[in-house]
Design a binder for this molecule. Structure first.
Ligand code: HSE
Length: 403
């Protein structure tokens, strides 16, 4: 029997207990031993809950119990999650976590402790919910030089963008709906401002490029400025708007960013709707691959966490090889990144816009004759800023175009 503890009995933690209870026979068969949940740590009581008898309030009980071999961390946030996970690893207990903030900030430190102790620090559920992507990056794609990883990495915002695009729904209304469905973070600012996707692209880029990508250096823009009129323009152009996390190898280095992008049907990401996430990977010998599935929610995220528990149980005294590296990847300045820009203009003429940006495509909406939009030729972010400066306050907004 392998005893485990679950720290945090919220949406994902209660999902972990439910998955283990529901599928105990097949899980135990795959491990070759019984997985037994010995403790569930939470500040709250859960009268009448199936885990009521397992609830404890003191972390010391877990860390000091030599019978506990694997610990699940589903508390979220940095503290006390970081302190608890570190102490569990130092005590020789493998850890499976869904906490992308923890992995993005302390992954290097925690991985080094796990390696030194011959145990595992696993985080499949930290990116893409139930989609297997960490394990493929660590084991299946090791023959490739990966040069692009671009994903719809946040279920809440993809759900919102889809509803806004298809139903013309209002921002606040769809956010409430996503929160009620259990997709959003405790503080949904992390979703709508792109912080959640930023941590995820930093983790994925670290694994894809084999050098540590610091999330604090990833340019990040959320969806809060996207309006129903932007969606109308997107539709007129045969495109949609998606919040993407993207990192690429270009001639002179690597860049990474999170921002809303206009995406056309030529991209496989165009059709990824609702709470679904997808991660597009391009490798120099593989070519294109896309990993698709449910990106946020209780049981699917718990499924990924329990998959890690099974892996940890199968590798009790050896660290599974991974691409995690402490060597830091220096990202190119965002100003050097090239692309095309969709720009809404009001108060300047189309000629003035063309004089500023060069040979642009112009898009107009019958319902909004007071404004128009242009799509610029390819230019760097720095050049875009300089040219946009010529139109000053006439610019209502800008969205990058997915190349
Ligand atoms: N709030 C996150 C999302 C949860 O919406 O994708 C999964 O990481």
């Amino acid at each position: 029997m392998i005893n485990i503890a679950v720290m945090g009995y919220g949406t994902v933690g209660s999902g972990v207990v439910e998955v283990i209870n529901t599928n105990h026979d097949s899980i135990n068969k795959r491990v070759g031993e019984e997985i037994n949940i010995k403790y569930v740590l939470d500040l709250r009581e859960f009268p009448g809950d199936p885990a009521e008898h397992l609830i404890i309030h003191d972390f010391e009980q877990i860390v000091n119990d030599p019978e506990v071999k694997i610990v699940v961390e589903t508390m979220g946030g940095l503290e006390p999650a970081h302190t608890f996970v570190k102490r569990c690893l130092e005590a020789g207990k493998s850890v499976a976590t869904s906490n992308k903030a923890l992995v993005a900030k302390f992954g290097v430190e925690l991985m080094e402790i796990a390696k030194a102790k011959n145990i595992n620090f696993l985080f499949e559920a930290s990116c893409g919910g139930g989609i297997p992507i960490i394990r493929p990056l660590n084991s299946s794609l090791t023959a490739d030089e990966i040069d692009e990883i671009t994903g719809i990495l946040n279920g809440t915002t993809n759900y919102m963008m889809t509803k806004m695009s298809m139903e013309g729904a209002d921002f606040d209304e769809v956010l409430k709906d996503a929160q009620a469905k259990g997709y959003a973070e405790a503080d949904p600012t992390a979703d709508i401002e792109g912080y959640d996707a930023c941590r995820k692209i930093a983790i994925l880029s670290t694994l894809a490029f084999g050098q540590f990508v610091d999330f604090e250096e990833v340019y990040t823009e959320g969806i809060t400025k996207i309006t129903a009129v932007d969606m109308e323009y997107a539709k007129k152009m045969g495109k949609t708007i998606k919040l993407l996390g993207t990192s690429r190898k270009v001639d002179n280095g690597f860049y990474a960013m999170v921002a809303p992008f206009l995406v056309g049907p030529e991209s496989p990401l165009y059709s990824v709707n609702d709470v679904f996430n997808a991660i597009f990977v391009h490798g120099n010998v593989l070519g294109d691959a896309m990993f698709y599935g449910s990106g946020a929610g209780k049981l699917l995220t718990a499924s990924a966490v329990v998959g890690d528990v099974v892996d940890a149980a199968r590798h009790m005294h050896c660290t599974i090889m991974n691409n995690w590296s402490s060597g830091k990847l220096e990202l190119l300045p965002t100003d050097d990144v090239e692309g095309r820009f969709f720009v809404r203009v009001k108060g300047s003429s189309q000629e003035e816009a063309k004089a500023a940006f060069g040979d642009c495509d112009v898009i107009t909406l019958e319902a909004h004759p007071e404004e128009f939009a242009v799509v610029t030729p390819v230019m760097t972010e720095a050049v875009y800023k300089e040219k946009a400066g010529k139109l000053g306050d006439s610019i209502l907004g800008m969205i990058r175009v997915k190349q």
